[in-house]
Ligand binder design. Structure first.
Ligand code: HEM
Ligand code: HEM
Length: 183
């Protein structure tokens, strides 16, 4: 049997950490929006929309890359239930990182709010009608999804740290190659 790979490819690493940083930025941008008023506050939401649509494109690209470069299996001694939770968390991450931008995009479209991507070009709106009422319902869904995403991030980070601190295996090393590999 071939040796399992020691670390993810550079493209996988860049996409993982870039998307993770952008997700954190998304939450920070909303916090900045909540803490400010007027045109500046609106700019934070505009940036949130552009970054969110960027996450959508990067996540689709990441799935394409992943189909040609599959994930590395977890160490064989990992209990089956932990493998299932890890896999479920990863699948749900992909679902959320696609669904959340789509729902936000649909809400902006329903409200008839133009999206100018990073101030550079007009992002097309989706054919969603219903006006502000539909936009409001979609935003409720967006908020609920944000709570789900926080749960996923929590489970994911606790799992990654558990591999490193308790199991003392190389799972964190392969996503953070700067961490020395254990024998
Ligand atoms: C918002 C933040 C994050 C998101 C959205 C995210 C998402 C993901 C996804 C989707 C995968 C699965 C890759 C695949 O199989 O295609 C993954 C793997 C991984 N992530 Fe994250 N991640 C985040 C933050 C973190 C952090 C902070 C850590 C470290 C503490 C981390 C450590 C890892 C590790 C070690 C793996 C590889 C797991 C394995 O090989 O089975 N991630 N991440
Ligand atoms: C993965 C991408 C995204 C993430 C992680 C994300 C996350 C969030 C979070 C955490 C909130 C705050 C929810 C709350 O109030 O509890 C929020 C609000 C919002 N999001 Fe997103 N979002 C994403 C993509 C988008 C996109 C693509 C759009 C629109 C094109 C969008 C539009 C909005 C709007 C309009 C709000 C409400 C701002 C306000 O309070 O007025 N989001 N988002």
């Amino acid at each position: 049997m071939a040796e399992p790979r020691n670390r993810y490819s550079t493209v996988s690493l860049v996409l993982h950490w870039l998307i993770a940083a952008l997700v954190v930025a998304q939450v920070a941008l909303i916090a900045a929006h909540d803490a400010t008023e007027g045109p500046l506050s609106r700019e934070f939401v505009n940036l949130h929309k552009s970054v969110g649509l960027g996450i959508l494109v990067l996540t689709l690209g990441r799935l394409g890359w992943r189909s040609a470069n599959p994930a590395i299996p977890l160490p064989p001694q990992t209990p089956r239930w932990q493998k299932l939770v890890a896999r479920g968390t990863h699948v749900l991450f992909y679902v959320f990182l696609i669904a959340m931008p789509l729902v936000g995009w649909a809400a902006s479209s329903a409200a008839g709010r133009d999206i100018v991507w990073l101030g550079l070009f007009e992002w097309p709106l989706l054919p969603v009608g219903g006006g502000r009422e539909t936009a409001g319902r979609l935003m409720d869904l967006h908020e609920l999804a944000a709570k789900g995403l926080y749960v996923l991030i929590f489970l994911h980070v606790v799992g990654a740290l558990k591999h490193h601190v308790v199991d003392r295996d190389n799972v964190l090393h392969r996503m953070i190659p700067l961490i020395p590999r254990r024998p």
